[in-house]
Design a protein around this ligand. Structure first.
Ligand SMILES: Nc1ncnc2c1ncn2[C@@H]1O[C@H](COP(=O)(O)OP(=O)(O)OP(=O)(O)O)[C@@H](O)[C@H]1O
Ligand SMILES: [Mg+2]
Length: 283
């Protein structure tokens, strides 16, 4: 089965060094600081959830990991060019006007290795078919990408990222706006990709998604807390990052389901989708 073939595939670059941020800051040209003094590490074979309020620096950190935003201070080791990245962006409605079929969009994932001119080989086609099957978008093959619903489009973009066959899979709010079965599919993929030895990093406003990751980094334009879900998802940390509106109860309560089921009363576990992205008309 093609899934097994993909599972046995080694990492593309053979570079299994973790990605280490050391005292990294992101300051934009207009002087705005998205985050400062971030020190953290991302190991192969692990998943990390970035959580934090709107504007806390999650998207900027993902974009910096793959080299789209340079650090204004600090170091990232190894530099992004040493690994292969796939990024599922938070806003991808902009491509809606392009006259591309789903098949075109998926084939674009192989341009890195094949270029624009060369025909795709059997291995490329297998990667694409496998990714389309896993995201259940095979039947959308001939549809115009721009005509898909927000959730369908999101699943196609995750399939495209998988077919990219990268060392590092970055997904910016991958389950926002998806129905429950699609959310489960994406969560399963996060787990499967990490088991295949990739570095998987997602941003999310969903606590229950963060809980499933090996590491959680709570951002508020700096790192408020990082560690296991049990260490990070405490009321104290969430109050510090989000303010009192997000959580109440004793400060040291942990909102992590796996460890403290009896402390869940009155705590918001799933942050509301905040209305951006995935609107079929936001192009
Ligand atoms: N290109 C840019 N130029 C200037 N400021 C920027 C730029 N990109 C992001 N910012 C600012 O950096 C801060 C962090 O933005 P970022 O998009 O990383 O937040 P986020 O945590 O992903 O938020 P959300 O939950 O809303 O997606 C925000 O204040 C944002 O306005
Ligand atoms: Mg964002």
């Amino acid at each position: 089965m093609s899934d097994q073939a993909a599972a046995s595939k080694a990492l593309v670059s053979q570079n299994e060094d973790p990605i280490a941020f050391t005292e990294v800051s992101a300051k934009f040209g207009n002087g705005h600081v998205a985050f400062a003094d971030v020190t953290c590490q991302f190991e192969h074979g692990t998943s990390t959830a970035l959580i934090g309020p709107n504007g806390s620096g999650k998207t900027t950190l993902l974009r910096m990991m793959c080299g789209l935003v340079p650090p204004s201070q600090g170091t990232i080791c190894p530099e992004p060019s040493k690994k292969i990245f796939a990024l599922v962006a938070q806003h991808h409605g902009q491509r809606g006007w392009l006259p591309l079929t789903v098949s075109n969009v998926l084939r674009m994932s192989r341009f890195r290795d094949r270029g624009l001119i060369k025909r795709l080989g059997a291995a490329d086609r297998m990667l694409i078919e496998n990714a389309a099957e896993r995201l259940e978008v095979s039947d959308l093959d001939n549809r115009q990408f721009g005509e898909l619903s927000g959730g369908q489009r999101q699943r196609v973009m995750v399939a495209q990222a998988l077919a990219h066959d990268a060392d590092v899979l970055l997904m910016d709010e991958p389950i926002t706006g998806l129905d429950l079965p699609s959310q489960e599919t994406i969560l399963r993929i996060v787990d499967e990709e990490r088991r295949r030895g990739r570095i998987v990093v997602i941003s999310t406003h969903h606590m229950d998604e963060a809980e499933l990751c090996d590491q959680v980094i709570l951002l508020a334009n700096r790192i408020v807390a990082s560690g296991t879900p049990g260490e990070v998802l405490t009321n104290r940390n969430l109050q510090e990052a989000f303010g009192l509106r997000m959580a109440h109860g004793d400060k040291d309560d942990c909102v992590f389901h796996g460890e403290h089921d009896d402390h869940t009363d009155g705590i918001v576990h799933v942050f509301n989708d905040h209305g951006h992205g995935h609107d079929p008309y936001d192009r």
